[in-house]
Design a protein around this ligand. Sequence first.
Ligand SMILES: *Cc1c(COP(=O)(O)O)cnc(C)c1O
Length: 212
Amino acid sequence: MLRALQRETVAAGAVLVAVSKTKPVADILEAWESGQRVFGENYVQELAQKQPLLPEDIAWHFIGHLQRNKVKFIAPFVSMIHGADSVALLEEISRQAVKHNRIIDCLLQIRIAKEETKFGLPVDEAETMLASEQVRELPGIRVSGMMGMATLTEDRSQIREEFRGLSDFFRRMQKKHPQLQWLSMGMTSDYRIALEEGSNMVRIGSAIFGDR
Ligand SMILES: *Cc1c(COP(=O)(O)O)cnc(C)c1O
């Protein structure tokens, strides 16, 4: 399944983030041996434990909800953080990145689902953040895209509508802020819809590693 997904995402011009949360190091190594280099995790402690045991050429993406006080544990090595949803969090990522003399890519998490429980910024707040000098001048980070999760539903047309809304917003912001490069949307159950709606980064776990 991994190889088929690698081919499919390459053909679509998208980056495949292999979501390895809860999976053992051996499973990650096996995927690495199939050429996979980008992996996503969403628990800080688990990521900090696995990272030193795995090849150095892995680009680790943090895809979960990140608490400010935990940024320091992943800042020395993390390549991209998908869930940036406040100025305070961006400031802390910046502070830790500078400390380690690194640049960390950050994606603004945008709230697109109709569910109440999802994290993320309303589009108007994201727009304000992108325009803010305070954010633009933060050293050590690059706000290089957006991430969104659709509602957990069987209704494919609702999922498509939510992805399309984010995609439209992303394209509109990209005109003003050309550093916005990545649109991270789509997981195992909805990545095909996401790709059709313009995603260029999909986060896929169970289709690669099996159920959790
Ligand atoms: C777990 C997770 C995924 C992958 O989910 P699958 O359904 O296993 O593909 C993608 N994105 C986020 C934010 C996740 O937490």
